[in-house]
Design a protein around this ligand. Sequence first.
Ligand code: ADP
Length: 231
Amino acid sequence: IEQSAYQNDKLAMLGKIAAAIAHEIRNPLTSIRGFIQLLKPHLAQLGKDEYSRIILTEIDRANDIIYEFLNSSKPSAPMKQKVPIHSLLKEVILLSDSEALLNGCQIHLESYDEELAISIDVKQVKQVILNMVRNAIDAIGEIETQRSGRIDIVTRRDGRDAEITIRDNGKGMDTMTKSKLFDPFFTTKASGTGLGLSVSYRIVRNHGGKIRVSSNPGEGTEFNIYLPLAE
Ligand code: ADP
């Protein structure tokens, strides 16, 4: 799937605007957050715990959106470091395991070669995988029939690349969703930003890699990330 030059321009421009205003928005958000913390016990006394919880969650969401916008503007040259994929994936799983369990899914990791190493910007690539695992958790959460959620992460060598597969048995995608997947702002979620995959696409491309996706409605989704092996 190719992302057009137009989409990249859109992302770059968006990033500049975001960087310019993010600072101005973050400051008031931080002070609102502080005052809500102070109000929390008073709201609790009134039996309105959930008000402070909702306000805090929404402030955090606003901050997340700003953070993602900023990320999409970052100069794209990755700061590369040689790392074994297996241990990188283990760290990502550690970060998302509790969220997965809370949503009734289990994450399984299988590495055919635990020594397989890639030369990557660890922070950026972690963000890509974390984002895909979160999408998988969301997709499992959205299936109607009761089915236990399962996310498989598999790594293997594929020629001169390392292949990382992230497969879920969630709700899957129709053709329309698949065709828009990597567009900035495309989301089917009530509280989604639609930035995760467009930013991921850019990161992987800047590493000289590619992303493939296969998915069917009701059957689940599989993402394959290819990254060049370290020398
Ligand atoms: P967001 O998660 O904020 O919606 P993304 O760019 O990460 O933004 O994803 C865009 C859309 O792609 C999602 O809203 C969803 O419709 C679809 N999608 C991504 N990953 C999956 C998946 N594993 N299963 C089903 N749909 C997915």
